[in-house]
Design a protein around this ligand. Structure first.
Ligand code: CO
Length: 172
């Protein structure tokens, strides 16, 4: 069990493009275990490697409901092959941006391709919360945060709020 520290906005590693994973070795296996342990420890539904300071294209997610069995997916080198025109909105939050939740619109259904922990190619269709979460985590791998997807005015308001709270944190 290795629970890692989750980086907070505006840490520079959170806005960097992550690189592909080509070796499906023990390092990737151990990174995926760290991501899973850290995600469950923080009560999150997803966590991407850059959030623990590793700029590699891997994330984990588990959007199962509380009354369901745990259903953790490890997603490596993901691509979206198709997205629906229908949008869905969720009040999103992020473990790297504590205290902020905002409504974000994203395609409701996506068809995705990625590699699993053994490097085997997987194709899958994600809907609703799973789709939102997949897209949110994929954004992390491209150095993008959910606040970047807000309308311009909203984004300015949220960024000002974040600036204020990080100044307070420095004083404390
Ligand atoms: Co996030």
């Amino acid at each position: 069990m290795a629970v890692k520290k989750i980086l907070s906005y505006p840490h520079p590693l959170l806005v960097r493009m992550s690189t592909r994973i080509d070796n499906f070795d023990e390092n990737v296996a151990s990174l995926s275990r760290d991501l899973i342990d850290t995600m469950y420890d923080a009560d999150g539904v997803g966590l991407a490697a850059p959030q623990i300071g590793i700029n590699k294209r891997i994330f984990v997610l588990d959007c199962s409901r509380e009354d369901e069995e745990k259903d953790c997916r490890i997603v490596i080198n993901p691509e979206i092959e198709h997205e629906s025109e229908d949008l869905n909105s969720y009040k999103e939050g992020c473990l790297s941006i504590p205290g902020i939740t905002e409504e974000v619109f994203r395609p409701k259904v996506i068809k995705v391709v990625y590699q699993d922990i053994n490097g085997v190619l997987r194709r899958n269709t994600y809907d609703d919360l799973w789709s939102t979460c997949f897209q949110h985590e994929l954004d992390h791998l491209n150095g993008k945060l959910f606040i970047d997807r807000l309308r311009p005015m909203k984004k300015i308001l949220v960024k000002n709020k974040l600036k204020k709270s990080s100044k307070l944190a420095k004083k404390a």
